[in-house]
Structures are given as structure tokens and as C-alpha cells.
Design a protein around this ligand. Structure first.
Ligand SMILES: Nc1ncnc2c1ncn2[C@@H]1O[C@H](COP(=O)(O)OP(=O)(O)O)[C@@H](O)[C@H]1O
Ligand SMILES: O=P(O)(O)OC[C@H](O)CO
Length: 502
């Protein structure tokens, strides 16, 4: 088998669809073409967030076409395609026409919170946590599927008659790419639905009953590096022949994609991604570790015979706080301005921002908490608020590390990626608040690279994970500079302030 080839990887994210073409070999992973398109966010009601699946499809297809054009290769020259995606976001479509019955309900959407509260009141959370590793929160897909089947006219009857298909974004894209031929998902995406049993890696009858989801709508669950289906070259590029087919060789949820893209294949290795939100995953190996501190247990990846698991801390607001400084407070014009602004602000600044704008995620899972800015003085201005905002992301990460350590997962360094990691002041604050070295990845595109690595593995370009790990180096290391006493003092003040907003 050839040890080099071209790979196309798609990253369908919350705010944009991206695609990258790589020239890959066991020693190189060169980006030779890119495409990226943003799409519209719909907020039809307080706490509701929707995407138009047609826009998701069109922007993804356009990104693939642009990446191929920039790479200046023919689609038929590709050795394989990998897909990674925003997780939990839920679509239901008609199997015959391929048309969605409603807009996609996005992971951030809180519309099913009363349904979750009811299931909690019925005493179901601990059993559900044991089976799925997740909590009863609107974040996950299960209650979103139930909502769609109950609120779109005629949907439940059509689902029961086998006319409808459910999918997270990976599944929807695969359906469209294979022109309605394949209805499949991968185990990492399936593990975020509340419908998959983590112990078996299969859909669970009882869970489907609890969430009132007929099994007829569910896709087949596959491993992460697998032959998912074939895409016609003509779909990706004008002038190509329809009968030339390119295999989809990988699918993986985006945070798991970043874990792979960072080469975290050893137990105890952790990555933390700072995009819109922040998602920290620590590899726990073949053990399913159930958190006692409200972290999630999830599938990290399934490549060989047994799945590898991870503990995950999910924070809903990270880079989104910087967007708030820009769009709502208007104290910056661009995210990068926070770096020079924060520079002179001392570690013991009096201002503290608790960014519970949409409640708090892990480890608090408190949807009713609301944001607050404490400790302002006459001197408080743009600089102090910017520093407090960036520090709040570092302190939330410290919360996650503490929960992980309390669950027996002690990490000794953080591998980081995502838009916020461009900010060197934030990187240093993260090292200082967490007391661990912070390693910035050698590429900003770790998520999409993870999907490409998996596709390359199935295509035979890489022999094993060791080869992949060698390609994952860092381009900067930030060592804690703040004394331990000072660090603990700041953290104690943070914990006290968090209590005030709950
Ligand atoms: N230099 C910077 N300093 C602080 N935040 C930044 C900086 N650059 C980008 N960001 C933040 O990072 C986020 C974008 O990162 P990205 O990884 O592209 O996110 P996503 O994949 O969730 O869209 C935005 O929320 C933005 O506010
Ligand atoms: O699309 P992102 O990068 O904001 O990631 C979203 C997460 O997958 C949600 O669980």
C-alpha cells in the first residue's frame, strides 16, 4: 500500500464549515488547500439555538470544493475523506427526499431543560449516568430528538413508519455525501446522544424508551477509522467522473478529533480546546471511569479491538466571553486586543468575572447561575475587565483539572489548541492558574488534523498511532511563574465568587 497520499478532512463546527486537503506521509502532514465558510445562527427564542441543515451542507460542500481547488489536485486523487463535527447537534430528515423536517437543534440549545428536570425528578439520572457517562442536561441529543418528534406535526407517526432518519452532523453529512446511500454514525458521536450504552457501544432499548425515540430512526454505529461509504468525485469537483468514488474513511466528534490531532494516545494525556467553549478531555485508556465530580465519561476513540475512553469537562463560554467584550460591551474591536490590554494587570487584581452567561457547565452544571463582575473600583477599565475575562477561562480550566484530580486523573501538562491559544497572555495565565506547563500545538487545526489522521490510518498511509504521535509536536511551552501561595489565593477567591452567583 502507498505510504503517501492526499486526504480531505472536513470540520463542520458551530460557527463555520472548514475543509483541508493534506499531503500526508508517515513523516509529513502538509496543508495544501483550505476552504472555510461561516453560516447563520438562529436564536428563535430565549435559550434556543438552531442551524439550517441546508446551509450546513452547502457551506461544507463549498469548503471541500475550495480546498480541492487551492490544493490543485483532482478529487479522484484523494486517498480518503475524514469528517469531524460539532457534537450533539440534532437533525431529523425524510429518508426519501433527504429534506430535514426542522432546523437542526444546536448543542447550546436549552429548550429541553424542563424535560431534563422532569426526568431528574423521576430519579433517572444516576441510572442514565451509569449507562451513558452523561448527565441529564439539554446539551445532549436525546431530549432534542424527543422534542422534534413531539413538536413537528406528524413526525412521530412518520418516524414509527420508518420514514425518518435521525443524525448528528457527521451522520447528516455522510448521508448527503453518499447521496442517501449510507445512514451511519461513529461511536464518539453516538456516545453524546444519551441513547448509546457506553458498556456495549450499542443503542440501548431502555434508554430509547426513556427518551421515547423509536430505533427505526437511528443510524448504524461504527468505529472511528472504518469504511463509512463512498463519495462520487463529481460531487466534489466539476468535470470529475461520477463513477470515480472516494471512500469516507473516518468520522469523529470534534473534541475527540482534537484529542487525536494532539496525539494524546497515552493514559493521563489531556488536551484542552479553547474555541467558542472549552472542552478538556483526558485519556483514561480502556477503563470506563465514572466521575464522582460531575465530569462526563465519553468514548475518546475506537480504532483497534477495544474502545479508549476519556473523562471530559465541558465549559460553554470561553472565546465566547471575548466575543461578548467585543460585541456587547464594545471595549475591544478584535479578540487579539485583549492581549496588550491585559498585560499590565497584576495577578491579584480586585475584579473578578464569573462568566455564567448561560449558566455554568462542568463541574457545576448549574443552568440557573448568571454572570457577574465583582470587585470593581474607580480604576476599573477595559484593561482590568479584559484580564478578568481571560483569567476566568483559566480559572474554569482549573476547576476541571481539580475535578479530574479528585476523580484520580492527575495530569502533569496541558496540550492546548483553539482560537484563544493565539493569546500569549492567556497562555501564561493558564499555566499560572493551573500550576502546570501549557503546551501550544504546532498547528491551530488540531481538530481537522485528527480526522485526517484517522482517514490516513484506514487508507494505509500511517501504520499506527505511534507514527501519528510523532507528527504532533508543540510550538510553545508556557511554564508557571506565579508562586504556589499566590495561585491558591486567587483560586480560593474564584471559588468564593462562583458560590455567589449560584
Ligand atoms: N487573540 C485572541 N485572544 C482571545 N481570544 C481569541 C483570540 N483569537 C480568537 N479568540 C477567540 O477564539 C474563538 C474562535 O476560536 P475557534 O477555535 O475558531 O472557535 P470555534 O471552532 O468554536 O468557532 C472566538 O470566540 C474568539 O473570541
Ligand atoms: O464546534 P465547536 O468547536 O464549538 O465544538 C462544539 C462541541 O463539539 C460541542 O460539544
Amino acid at each position: 500500500m502507498s505510504k503517501q497520499g492526499y486526504l480531505l478532512a472536513i470540520d463542520q463546527g458551530t460557527t463555520s464549515s472548514r475543509a483541508i486537503v493534506y499531503r500526508a506521509s508517515p513523516k509529513t502532514m502538509d496543508v495544501i488547500g483550505r476552504g472555510q465558510h461561516e453560516f447563520k445562527q438562529y436564536f428563535p427564542s430565549d435559550g434556543w439555538v438552531e442551524h439550517d441543515p441546508e446551509q450546513i451542507w452547502q457551506t461544507t460542500l463549498q469548503a471541500c470544493q475550495d480546498a480541492l481547488e487551492q490544493a490543485n489536485i483532482k478529487a479522484s486523487e484523494l486517498s480518503g475523506i475524514g469528517i469531524t463535527n460539532q457534537r450533539e447537534t440534532t437533525v431529523i430528515w425524510d429518508r426519501k427526499t433527504g429534506r430535514p423536517i426542522h432546523r437542526a437543534i444546536v448543542w447550546q440549545d436549552r429548550r429541553t431543560s424542563s424535560l431534563c428536570k422532569k426526568l431528574k425528578a423521576d430519579g433517572l439520572e444516576s441510572e442514565i449516568q451509569k449507562k451513558t457517562g452523561l448527565l441529564l442536561d439539554p446539551y445532549f441529543s436525546g431530549t432534542k430528538v424527543q422534542w422534534l418528534l413531539d413538536h413537528v406535526k406528524g413526525a412521530r407517526a412518520r418516524a414509527e413508519a420508518g420514514e425518518l432518519a435521525f443524525g448528528t452532523i457527521d451522520t447528516f453529512l455522510l448521508w448527503r455525501l453518499t447521496e442517501g446511500e449510507v445512514h451511519a454514525t461513529d461511536i464518539t458521536n453516538a456516545s453524546r446522544t444519551l441513547l448509546m450504552n457506553l458498556n456495549t457501544g450499542e443503542w440501548d432499548d431502555e434508554l430509547c424508551k426513556t427518551f421515547d425515540v423509536p430505533q427505526s430512526v437511528l443510524p448504524t454505529i461504527k468505529k472511528n477509522a472504518d469504511h463509512f461509504g463512498d463519495v462520487s468525485a463529481a460531487l466534489l469537483q466539476k468535470g470529475e467522473t461520477a463513477s470515480d468514488k472516494i471512500p469516507v474513511f473516518a468520522m469523529v466528534g470534534d473534541q475527540q478529533g482534537a484529542l487525536i490531532g494532539q496525539g494524546c494516545f497515552e493514559v493521563g494525556q489531556m488536551k484542552s480546546t479553547y474555541g467558542t467553549g472549552c472542552f478538556a478531555l483526558v485519556n483514561t485508556g480502556h477503563d470506563i471511569v465514572h466521575s464522582e465530580h460531575r465530569l462526563l465519561t465519553t468514548v475518546a476513540y475506537h480504532i483497534e479491538s477495544k474502545p479508549v475512553y476519556a473523562l471530559e469537562g465541558s465549559i460553554f463560554m470561553a472565546g465566547a466571553i471575548v466575543q461578548w467584550l467585543r460585541d456587547k460591551l464594545g471595549i475591544i474591536q478584535q479578540a487579539a486586543e485583549t492581549e496588550p490590554l491585559a498585560e499590565g494587570v497584576p495577578w491579584d487584581q480586585s475584579e473578578q468575572l464569573i462568566p455564567a452567561f448561560t449558566g455554568l457547565g462542568a463541574p457545576y452544571w448549574d443552568p440557573d447561575a448568571r454572570a457577574a463582575l465583582f470587585g470593581m473600583t474607580r480604576d476599573t477599565g477595559r484593561a482590568q475587565i479584559s484580564a478578568a475575562a481571560l483569567r476566568s477561562v483559566a480559572l474554569q480550566t482549573r476547576d476541571l483539572l481539580k475535578a479530574m484530580a479528585d476523580d484520580g486523573q492527575v495530569v502533569d501538562e496541558l496540550r492546548v489548541d483553539g482560537g484563544m491559544t493565539d493569546n500569549a497572555w492567556f497562555m501564561q495565565a493558564l499555566a499560572d492558574m493551573c500550576g502546570h506547563p501549557v503546551l501550544r500545538a504546532n498547528t491551530a487545526e488540531t481538530t481537522v488534523r485528527g480526522a485526517a489522521f484517522l482517514a490516513g490510518l484506514k487508507a494505509g498511509i500511517f501504520d499506527d498511532l505511534t507514527q501519528i504521535q510523532r507528527l504532533c509536536t508543540s510550538k510553545g511551552k508556557f511554564i508557571p511563574e506565579l508562586e504556589k501561595d499566590a495561585r491558591e489565593q486567587v483560586y480560593a477567591r474564584w471559588l468564593a465568587a462562583v458560590e455567589k452567583v449560584r
